[in-house]
Design a protein around this ligand. Structure first.
Ligand code: GTP
Ligand code: MG
Length: 619
C-alpha cells in the first residue's frame, strides 16, 4: 500500500514539464529552452486543495511511446508500468505546448489510449496568445475526452485548476492496467492526421504574429548569414570575457594579497604560516580569481540558451556534424561540454544510436570546458601581449578563441577517424523541434549563474584546496640543508617526482614548474593554476615578494613553452570526474581508458609540434 498517489508529468521535449514541476512542487529542476534538458527522473511532493499529498514525477520528454533513445525509454517504461524502479502512476499530466499543438497532440493521443486517468495541461498559452493564436480548451476537452487546463508554468497560471482536475483524476479509485497495445498500434500517420484535425478544430484564430520569429530565423538559419552570425556571437563573447572580467578579477586578487599579508603579519614564521599563505591562499586564490570570467562566460551561454538561439545553432551545425558521421543531436551534449564535460557526457543519453553516442562521449572532453579557462587565461595573460589588432579586437581574446577552435577542430578530426574505425556504423538523422524565441528570463539566468558560482567555489574549496595542500606538503619537505643554495622545491619529495616527469615532458618543451603541476592537475584542470601558484610561493627565493604568478611566469617561461603548455591543455584528459562519468555511461573501463590514451597521445604530439614550430619560428 502506498501513502500517496503517484502522478507523472509527461509530454514532448521542451513542453515545459520541468517548469510546471517546479511551479507545482516548489522544486528547482533545471529548465532550458531546448529539448532534452531532463534526462533522468525527478520526484517531488504536491498537496491538493483537500490536503491530500500527491507524489509528482518529472519525466524526460519523449516524442512517442516507441522509444528511440534511453531517456525516452525511461518515460515509456514508467507510463506503461514496465519500469522496475517506479510503480505505475495513478494519473498522468500530459503537458502540451499550445503553440505547437498538432505535434504534441500526437503523443497525447497515444498516452490517453493507454487508459490511465489523464489531465492535459495546455501550457505556454501566453506564448500562443502573443503569437496571435487563440485556442478553445472546451473543444479540445470534448475531442480528447479528458480535462484540458490552460497553464503558464513560468507565471504559475492555471495551477489551481490543474490541482483541482488532478484531485478528480486520482480520486476515481478503480484504476486500470494500461493497455500498451492501444497506444502503439495506431499507425503513426493516422495518429498525426487525427492530431491535426483536433488542433484545427480547437484553433479559434491564428494571426500572422509569428512574423518576428520567421524574420529572425531567416537570418539565424541562413546558410551564409547563419554561420557568420554564430561566429560573431562567439567572438564577442570571448572579447567580453577578457575585457569585463579585468576589474573584478583584480579586486579579488588584491583581496587575497591583503589576506596573505595579514596572516604574515599575525603569525610567526613557520609551518602554519607557510601552509596558509604559500599553500592554501596562494593556490586556492589563484583559482578563485577566475570566478568573474567564468560567470561572464556563463552569462552568455545562459542567455543564448534561454533565448532559443542555441537550437538554431544546432540546426546550423547539423550538416557540418553529418560530414563526420555525428548526428545533430550530438550538438547539445557537446555544447554543454563547454561548461563541463561531465553533464555533457550525461546529456548524450538523448542520442539513440549507440555508436553515435559513444563517439560523442569520446570527443566531449575536447570542448573547452570552464576548468580550462583559468589555465588558459593565466598563461595568455602572462605571456601574450594584449595589443589591439583591430577595432574592438585584442590579441589575447584572439588566442583564446584560437584555442577553442583548435579544440573543436581536434574533436572534428577525432570524430572523423573514430567513425571510420572503432565506432563505425551508419549515422542517424536529426530529430528536434525548434523552440520559440523568447526574451531570457532574468530569474532563470540568475539561478543559472548562482549555481555555476557555487559549483566553482565548491571545487575551489574542496578538490582544489585539498590537492594544493598535499602538493604544498610534498614541495616543502624535506628542507634543503642550511646554506646549500639548493632551491627548496628541487630538494623536496615533490620536486624529485617532478624531475622524473620532467624527463618525459622535456622533449615537448615543458619546464620543471609544468612537470610539477601536471600530476596534481589530474584531479581537475584548474589545479594546474593553483599548483603553479604554490610552487612560486614556496620558491620565492629572492624574497622580493613579487608574488604575482603572472610576473613569475613572465620571468621564467619562454613563449614556445607557454604555447606548448596551452596546446597540451586543449587535448590532455586531465580530469578524473570525466573519466569516471565515461566509465559509468559506457559501463566499463574499456572506453574511458581508450579516451585517456588517445587524448594524452594527441596532447603530447600537438604540444611537441607547437613547441618546435615556435622555436624554429624564433618566438
Ligand atoms: N512563456 C512561457 N515559457 C514557458 C512556459 N513553460 C515553460 N516555459 C519555458 O519553456 C522552456 C522549456 O521548459 P522545460 O520545463 O525545461 O521543458 P521540459 O518539458 O521539462 O523539457 P525536457 O526536459 O527537455 O523534456 C523553458 O525555457 C521554460 O522557461 C510557459 O507556460 N510560458
Ligand atoms: Mg524537463
Amino acid at each position: 500500500m502506498h501513502a500517496s498517489p503517484l502522478v507523472a508529468l509527461v509530454g514532448n521535449p521542451n513542453a515545459g514539464k520541468s517548469a510546471l514541476f517546479n511551479a507545482l512542487t516548489g522544486a528547482r529542476q533545471k529548465v532550458g529552452n531546448y529539448p532534452g534538458v531532463t534526462v533522468e527522473r525527478h520526484s517531488g511532493r504536491l498537496v491538493l486543495d483537500d490536503g491530500r499529498p500527491v507524489e509528482l514525477i518529472d519525466l524526460p520528454g519523449a516524442y512517442s511511446l516507441e522509444p528511440s533513445s534511453p531517456d525516452e525509454r525511461v518515460t515509456r517504461d514508467v507510463v506503461t508500468g514496465a519500469s522496475s524502479l517506479e510503480r505505475l502512476p495513478d494519473a498522468l499530466v500530459v503537458v502540451v505546448d499550445a503553440a505547437n499543438l498538432d505535434n504534441h497532440l500526437r503523443f497525447t493521443l497515444q498516452l490517453i489510449a493507454l487508459g490511465l486517468p489523464v489531465v492535459v495541461a495546455l501550457n505556454m498559452v501566453d506564448l500562443a496568445e502573443r503569437d496571435g493564436l487563440t485556442l478553445d480548451a472546451a473543444v479540445l476537452e470534448r475531442e480528447l475526452g479528458v480535462p484540458v487546463i490552460p497553464t503558464v508554468a513560468v507565471r504559475k497560471r492555471g495551477l489551481d485548476a490543474l490541482r483541482a482536475a488532478l484531485g478528480e483524476a486520482v480520486g476515481g479509485g478503480g484504476r486500470r492496467t494500461p493497455d500498451v497495445s492501444a497506444g502503439t498500434q495506431d499507425d503513426i500517420v493516422q495518429l498525426q492526421r487525427r492530431a491535426r484535425q483536433i488542433a484545427t478544430a480547437a484553433t479559434v484564430s491564428e494571426t500572422a504574429g509569428r512574423r518576428w520569429a520567421h524574420m529572425l530565423d531567416s537570418v539565424a538559419l541562413h546558410p551564409v548569414a547563419g554561420p557568420v552570425l554564430l561566429v560573431a556571437i562567439l567572438f564577442v563573447m570571448f572579447q567580453a570575457v577578457f575585457t569585463w572580467a579585468a576589474v573584478p578579477a583584480d579586486a579579488i586578487d588584491a583581496g587575497f594579497g591583503w589576506l596573505q599579508d595579514a596572516i604574515k603579519g599575525a603569525l610567526p614564521d613557520g609551518f602554519l604560516r607557510s601552509l596558509l599563505t604559500d599553500g592554501l591562499i596562494a593556490g586556492v586564490g589563484a583559482v578563485i580569481v577566475f570566478l568573474p570570467q567564468i560567470l561572464i562566460l556563463f552569462l552568455f551561454i545562459l542567455i543564448l540558451e534561454s533565448s532559443g538561439y542555441m537550437v538554431r545553432a544546432a540546426f546550423l551545425m547539423d550538416r557540418l556534424m553529418a560530414t563526420v558521421g555525428l548526428s545533430g543531436r550530438a550538438f547539445i551534449p557537446l555544447l554543454s561540454s563547454f561548461a563541463c564535460a561531465v553533464p555533457g557526457i550525461m546529456a548524450t543519453r538523448t542520442i539513440e544510436d549507440e555508436k553515435d553516442r559513444l563517439t560523442t562521449i569520446l570527443i566531449a572532453p575536447l570542448m573547452t570546458c570552464s576548468a580550462r579557462w583559468p589555465v588558459y587565461t593565466l598563461i595568455i595573460g602572462a605571456m601574450i601581449p594584449n595589443t589591439q589588432i583591430a577595432p574592438f579586437v585584442r590579441l589575447q581574446g584572439v588566442v583564446m578563441f584560437g584555442l577553442l577552435v583548435i579544440g573543436i577542430a581536434g574533436a572534428y578530426v577525432a570524430a572523423l577517424v573514430l567513425r571510420r574505425t572503432v565506432t563505425k556504423g551508419a549515422s542517424s538523422g536529426f530529430m528536434m523541434e525548434m523552440p520559440k524565441y523568447q526574451v531570457p528570463r532574468i530569474g532563470d539566468v540568475l539561478i543559472g549563474l548562482w549555481q555555476r558560482a557555487v559549483i566553482f567555489l565548491k571545487r575551489a574549496g574542496t578538490i582544489i584546496a585539498a590537492t594544493t595542500v598535499v602538493l604544498w606538503l610534498l614541495l616543502s619537505f624535506p628542507n634543503p640543508p642550511e646554506g646549500s643554495g639548493i632551491s627548496p622545491v628541487d630538494y623536496s619529495i615533490g620536486g624529485r617526482i617532478g624531475h622524473g616527469i620532467e624527463y618525459v615532458v622535456k622533449p615537448i618543451g615543458f619546464n620543471r614548474d609544468i612537470a610539477l603541476a601536471l600530476l596534481p592537475a589530474m584531479a581537475a584542470r584548474e589545479v594546474a593554476v593553483s599548483a603553479i601558484g604554490t610552487v612560486y610561493a614556496i620558491d620565492d627565493t629572492d624574497g622580493s615578494g613579487t608574488d604575482r604568478i603572472t610576473d613569475q611566469i613572465r620571468g621564467r617561461w619562454t613563449l614556445p613553452t607557454a604555447l606548448a603548455f596551452l596546446m597540451w591543455f586543449v587535448f590532455a584528459p586531465q580530469c578524473i570526474s570525466t573519466i569516471a562519468v565515461t566509465r559509468r555511461e559506457t559501463n566499463g573501463w574499456k572506453w574511458p581508458l581508450f579516451m585517456v590514451g588517445y587524448l594524452f597521445a594527441a596532447a603530447y604530439i600537438m604540444a611537441g609540434i607547437t613547441y618546435w614550430l615556435a622555436v624554429f619560428a624564433g618566438l
